[in-house]
Design a protein around this ligand. Structure first.
Ligand code: 3HC
Ligand code: NAI
Length: 710
């Protein structure tokens, strides 16, 4: 056995089991995910050529010794880098090798990783291994032949599903793609080598995927038409899905070489789109959220083996489910047995509903419920590692709870609050261990929403921050570290959203027009529909707690306040800004609300007029961005991409815009700054009150910079 190593691809000569044949094994080794960076591409070509030239080599294997085959093209090269030799060139060398090339997938293969395998002549893997073409999630399509080769091996329908959804599939479900599927990864290499021997024995046939003919009868025009129809809502606003369909269509309509050219054109179209820039920004933003300067590798992490939750209401119940789902036992505490029973019963009902939908088995429901116990005594929490308080949103109640926790919890236990607005520094003052106090701000429904704002106080220790960030991963949340201020990042920024929507209604805008513009911008629903769904009374409650900050503006959400006074609290009352028929969530516009707006506007001397789509977007979205700039200046968020993660995961901001800060970077901070100045100067008192640009926005706009440059 001889061994030649390059940096990113290892080369090894191996004998087959009967020692009859020689295999040149090319090991991709580019941690952490074997991205197909330039060094890997160069390494693959060099070693392929060496193996082809070496007369003793019968078969070439491409594989990896890491726990994955490859995570695909190196995404960091997309924004500039030396792309030669590009991936399609490498795959061309593989496919045209005169010696058989076998891909041995020892772990997941995504994107370009799977495309490498598809260009090989044979593929071997284990049954549960996952493979996929997730490029659509990056706003692009498979650009190294994936849209042409996968339909030839997996069938057109399967390829369409995989390419358009981006979802991975288990190898055992892709019989056309894999020649050998072994049960477990342990036997993979020996089976692969035995397969190599068989290939040689059968004449060392080079079997090119590009030569496979697609049976066009399996892909009639209607298949694509139906696909487009089914995708309309889901793909709303995205650029890449339609191009993915067109590329697969090309595989059916064109010879392979022409199909590849078409794929290349569509790939470049996607790559140049703002949606691709946004989605690729978001890919890295999500991962960067866990890169935090508040701790380092040496900072210890505490073990979270059991959790206590105070308050078994809406949030407490949902939070508890996250831990039970991850196999972590939870003790729930309420002061009254009745409230406790009600909370636990609701959790059971939620699990049983999941079981009815086939998402859980009856046994799993019982296993999870067995992890949830209840108590009405604080003493029950004496041994837990983490407590999360989710009681009423009132400082005195929270402080009482924390005082009690301080008295019973063991040293080292982390004491967390799920408050959405209160000052966690002040909550921590009720304890003798403020360094162990932190905010864990879950979003509702807490068992569903991916986002967790981890809120550090001025005293929270690095160890506690690190433990909270790691714990979030364990319960499958995306954690973003933020600082203390009213509403933290997400709810603080949303303030302008509701305020301006209300104000524009006063100025003559209709709720349905404003909602439609925001929906078309890409949010899941407009501000009035959202307010009605959440309950207009909740908004009124938050405004009440902020009265001190808004009292200078007598028009502040005045229509919403008046509607709440009339009992129009939203969907649950059958009337809010809209009307609702019993059992139906569809908002019905109500002319009497416009009448009220007209009257109130006249009383307050606010002129009514038509409001354009552009003004609606600028007045609702730009103040959020401006608040984001203040948040960055104050250090409440460490980086603009953290804000984007919060908005995409917590508020449904469209990922194809990358989040509010990326959206601002894309349209240019000068555009945002100029519009803020315009509304400040043109909207009278309202403008002066609410449209002063943040100094950071002004500075960056003047310097021609982006938030991402900070
Ligand atoms: N390129 C560059 N960097 C990548 C990368 C890629 N394809 N995939 C992951 N990384 C980086 C991440 O940014 C992260 O960096 P960090 O540690 O500095 O934050 C590190 O690798 C580890 O990534 P994860 O935290 O995501 O690791 P996991 O183990 O949780 O997941 C994975 C591994 C499933 C491979 C996941 O990283 C992933 O889904 N990667 C992207 C897969 C993908 O979209 N591939 C298609 C690429 S585009 C393409 O191939 C185009 C082609 O058709 C021409
Ligand atoms: P909720 O009213 O549904 O539940 C609160 C529960 O706490 C009730 O079951 C109550 O009996 C219990 N409780 C009150 N005082 C207690 C005490 N001293 N000891 C033990 N139990 C006590 O309220 P919800 O919506 O669950 O909110 C809880 C907290 O979560 C609040 O701080 C809220 O701001 C925050 N939050 C709420 C969100 C939401 O969308 N509902 C989102 C994010 C945070």
């Amino acid at each position: 056995m001889s061994q030649v190593e390059t940096q990113a691809v290892g080369y090894e000569l191996i004998e087959t089991p009967s020692a009859n044949n020689k295999v040149a094994a090319l090991w991709m080794q580019n941690p952490p995910v074997n991205a197909l960076s330039k060094s890997v591409r160069v390494g693959l070509i060099e070693h392929l050529n060496a193996a082809i030239a070496d007369e003793s080599v019968d078969v070439i294997v491409i594989s990896s010794k890491q726990n994955l085959f490859s995570g695909g093209a190196d995404i960091s090269e997309f924004s500039g880098g030396d792309l030669e030799p590009n991936l399609p060139v490498v795959l061309d060398v593989i496919e045209n090798s005169p010696k058989p090339v076998v891909a041995v997938l020892n772990g997941p293969a995504f994107g370009g990783g799977l495309e490498v395998a598809l260009s090989c002549h044979y593929r071997v893997t284990f049954a549960s291994n996952k493979v996929g073409l997730p490029e659509v999630n990056l706003g692009i399509l498979p650009g190294a032949g994936g849209t042409q080769r996968l339909p030839r091996l997996a069938g057109v329908q399967q390829a369409l599903d995989m390419i358009v959804s981006g979802r991975p599939v288990a190898a055992k479900k892709l019989p056309g793609v894999f020649d050998v599927v072994v049960d477990s990864p342990e036997t993979l290499l020996s089976s692969a080598l035995a397969f190599c021997e068989k290939v040689v024995a059968e004449g060392s046939k080079v079997r090119k995927t590009c030569d496979v003919q697609i049976d066009v009868s399996t892909a009639p025009k209607e298949l694509f038409a139906q696909y487009r129809k089914g995708l309309a809502t889901q793909a709303r606003g995205f650029f890449a899905p339609e191009r993915c369909i067109q590329a697969v269509e090309a595989s059916v309509e064109l010879p392979f070489a022409e199909g590849l050219v078409r794929e290349g054109e569509l790939f470049m179209e996607c790559m140049r789109s703002k949606e691709a820039r946004a989605q690729q920004h978001f890919f890295f933003a999500e991962r960067a959220a866990s890169h935090v300067k508040d701790f380092d590798k040496e900072t210890p992490v505490r073990d979270i083996k059991t959790v206590g939750i105070i308050g078994a209401g809406t949030m407490g119940g949902g939070i508890a489910m996250n831990f039970a789902n991850a196999g972590i036992p939870v003790i729930m505490l309420e002061l009254k047995q009745e409230a406790l029973d009600k909370g636990l019963a609701l959790i059971r009902k939620n699990y049983e509903n999941s079981a009815k939908k086939g998402k859980l088995t009856a046994e799993q429901v019982e296993d999870r419920m067995a992890l949830l116990t209840g108590s009405t005594e604080y003493a029950a929490l004496s041994d837990v590692d983490l407590v999360i308080e989710a009681v009423f949103e009132k400082m005195s109640v929270k402080q009482e709870v924390f005082k009690a926790l301080d008295a019973v919890c063991k040293p080292g236990a982390i004491l967390a609050s799920n408050t959405s607005t209160l000052d966690i520094d002040e909550i921590g003052e009720a304890t003798k261990r403020p360094e162990d106090v932190i905010g864990l701000h879950f979003f509702s429904p807490a068992n569903v929403m991916k986002l967790l704002e981890v809120v550090k106080t001025s005293k929270t220790s690095p160890e506690v921050i690190k433990t909270a960030m790691k714990m979030a991963k364990k319960i499958n949340k995306v954690a973003v570290l933020v600082g203390v201020c009213f509403g933290f990042v997400g709810n603080r920024m949303i303030e302008g959203y509701g305020r301006e929507a209300n104000r524009m209604m006063l100025e003559g805008g209709t709720p349905e027009h404003i909602d439609k513009v925001i929906y078309d911008f890409g949010l899941p629903m407009g501000p009035f529909t959202m307010g009605d769904m959440a309950g207009q009374d909740i908004g009124a409650f938050v405004r009440e707690s902020r009265r001190e900050f808004i009292k200078h503006d007598p028009t502040y959400c005045i229509l919403a306040d008046k509607l709440v006074e009339q009992g129009r609290v939203g969907l649950k009352a059958g009337k809010g800004v809209y009307l609702y028929e019993a059992g139906n969530r569809k908002p019905i516009p109500d002319p009497s609300v416009l009448e009220l707006a007209k009257q109130v506007a006249a009383d307050l001397g606010v002129a009514q007029r038509d409001i354009s789509d552009q003004e609606i977007i600028e007045r609702i979205i730009f103040p959020m961005i401006n608040e984001g700039a203040l948040i960055l200046e104050e250090g409440i968020a460490a980086k603009s991409s953290d804000i984007d993660v919060i908005y995409v995961y917590g508020y449904g901001f469209p990922v194809y815009r990358g989040g509010p800060m990326q959206y601002a970077d894309e349209i240019g901070l000068k555009t945002v700054y100029d519009a803020m100045c315009k509304y400040r100067d043109e909207l009278g008192e309202h403008g002066k009150n609410w449209f002063e640009p943040a100094p950071l926005l002004k500075k960056l706009a003047e310097q021609g910079k982006r938030f991402a440059d900070l």
